[in-house]
Design a protein around this ligand. Structure first.
Ligand code: PMP
Length: 423
């Protein structure tokens, strides 16, 4: 099949021609690149054109694509049978490895990040006997009804603020506050603290590009909900095992933590973890129901185990070094081009905003010049560099990226920036 024949068939088969909205290239224009395979830092389209990949599967591909240890672990698991609907050894091994790295007392594995945050909220409501949830404008926590209010990721990319099909009665239980605004959080808790079950937040918001958390905001997040008997849910679905082995360390006082992406080594996964008493509320130990035919699937657990094994402290040093090289190169290119753009990086996560200063919240992120980003994206892909097809997604560097790939990306960016700027 050619790239075009795949796109044409997909347009009839799938809404928007894709199975997840951001993949459609709707905000950057042009034809989405169908990816047939990947190897290390590269992906290849159906016509064997090679791209240096900074999408990283939107987060999981921290070892690069088709890492031999991961593919071998998946093959072995598959050869031993995939769907038993029973407890098995691999989930115990992966959970022990996660517990050792994160300090989370207990865990439950699920099939996606969406399921993880949905379950964390159900636990928080059961634990507190309260209904209201607080989230932050532009944070994305998956597509469960109550969390699709002013969300980031594809919702932001498509310029939607909410989703049709979510009853007002459900959306009305979610309060949305501006990120990095401790005063807004204080006002909320003064007024509605006694009705609030939980505050959910991305430890480092990365679904409107990256927003750097202010220390004062982080302090308020970790003290105020608790003072009102509400829980803090840290969404580490992107940041868990991305910045270092374990949690990001940004919100050490969180009561519940959600994980996903990297811990599944490229296969579908989610996990909710935290205090033993809170996890004990889940069925069959407690009254909060949650279940899954595919939960803790052996192939997923095997991929996660192989991935975590490769993520040594030295691996994170290397990731940081390579990502810093990219950051420095992009900063220099921005400066040389005189582009009104800014670069934000935490470890191996990076955003290039078409806005002179990095945004502090979603309102500021929205000021970015998305038309310039679209031109930049196109110019990059013409030069064989694939970055996420939205101003509001985050680039990921993997352990498979080396200096030559970074240098090539920086050279391409220097040219692409000039093409992106309005003439
Ligand atoms: N939380 C965060 C912070 C995410 O970035 C995402 C997905 N990008 C999710 C939750 C939802 O995870 P999933 O797509 O696996 O349902």
């Amino acid at each position: 099949m050619t790239n075009q024949s795949i796109r044409e068939a997909a347009a009839g088969l799938f809404p928007g021609g894709v199975n997840s909205p951001v993949r459609s290239y709707r905000s950057v224009g042009g034809d989405p690149v169908p990816i047939a395979r990947g190897q290390g830092p590269f992906v290849f389209d159906a016509e064997e054109n090679r791209y240096i990949d900074f999408v990283g599967g939107f987060g999981p591909a921290i070892l690069g694509h088709a890492h031999p240890a991961v593919t071998a672990a998946i093959s072995l698991a598959a050869a031993e049978g995939l769907a038993f609907g029973a407890l098995g050894p691999r989930e115990v091994a992966l959970a022990e490895s996660i517990r050792e790295a994160t300090g989370l007392e207990r865990l439950r594995f699920l099939n996606s990040g969406t399921e993880a945050t949905m379950t964390a909220i159900r636990i928080a409501r059961a634990a507190t006997g309260r209904d209201l949830i607080v989230k932050f404008d532009g944070c994305y926590h998956g597509h469960s009804d109550g969390l699709l209010v002013k969300a980031g990721s594809g919702v932001a990319t498509l310029g939607m603020s909410d989703s049709a099909g979510v009853p007002q009665a459900v959306a009305g239980l979610t309060a949305v506050l501006p990120y990095n605004d401790p005063a807004a959080l204080m006002r909320w808790f003064d007024a509605r603290g006694a009705e609030t079950a939980a505050v959910i937040v991305e430890s480092i918001p990365a679904n409107v590009g990256i927003l750097a958390p202010d220390p004062e905001f982080l302090e308020t997040l970790q003290s105020l909900p608790r003072a009102h008997g509400a829980l803090l849910i840290a969404d580490e679905i992107i940041t868990g095992f991305r910045l270092r082995r374990g949690l990001s360390g940004v919100l050490p006082a969180a009561d519940l933590v959600t994980l996903g992406k990297i811990i599944g080594g490229g296969l579908p996964v989610g996990a909710v973890g935290g205090r033993a008493d809170l996890l004990g509320l889940l069925a069959p130990e407690g009254p909060v129901y949650q279940a899954g035919t595919f939960s803790a699937n052996p192939a997923v657990m095997a991929a996660g185990l192989a991935t975590l094994e490769a993520l040594t402290p030295a691996a994170y040093q290397r990731l940081d070094q390579v990502a810093r090289h990219l950051e420095n190169g992009l900063q220099a290119a921005v400066k040389r081009a005189g582009a009104p753009a800014s670069v934000v990086r935490f470890g191996s996560m990076l955003s290039l905003f078409f806005r002179p200063a990095p945004p502090r919240d979603y309102a500021e992120a929205r000021e970015a010049d998305t038309a310039a980003f679209a031109r930049f994206h196109r110019a990059m892909r013409q030069r064989g560099i694939l970055i996420p097809p939205s101003q509001f997604e985050t680039w990921f560097v993997s352990l498979a990226h080396n200096e030559p790939e970074i240098d090539a990306a920086v050279r391409a960016a220097a040219e692409a920036l000039r093409e992106a700027l309005p003439a």
